[in-house]
Design a protein. Sequence first.
Length: 128
Amino acid sequence: MKSVVVCGSKKYNKEIAALCKKLQSAGVMVFEPSIGQPIFEDEKISSDYVTSKIFKGLTLEHFDWIRKADFCYVYNKDGYVGVSVTMEMSYAAALGKPVFALEPKTGDPCRDALIDKVLSPEQLVGIL
């Protein structure tokens, strides 16, 4: 069974959740971002120390999923990719993982160069 890690912005959490469900129903093992109830960057949880540890944990968890997955799929609707997804794309590329994306542009030519192939969700299901 192939596996994919999905990367995308919290502002598309409902669409990303629907995509992950579609992939799972097609028999794909999906590592889904922890954005069901997003924690936004400007939130403070208890203290700066606790907040930094939570964000570090979420980041490292997603890096671990990238390491485990066969492919990385970037949900870059409207060409949007934030800082976290930039790190995730870079990590996947450094590991030699194929980086697929919804759209060819991310708002930055260096990030765009990391995209190996542009695939719709339907095309992604087809190759997995």
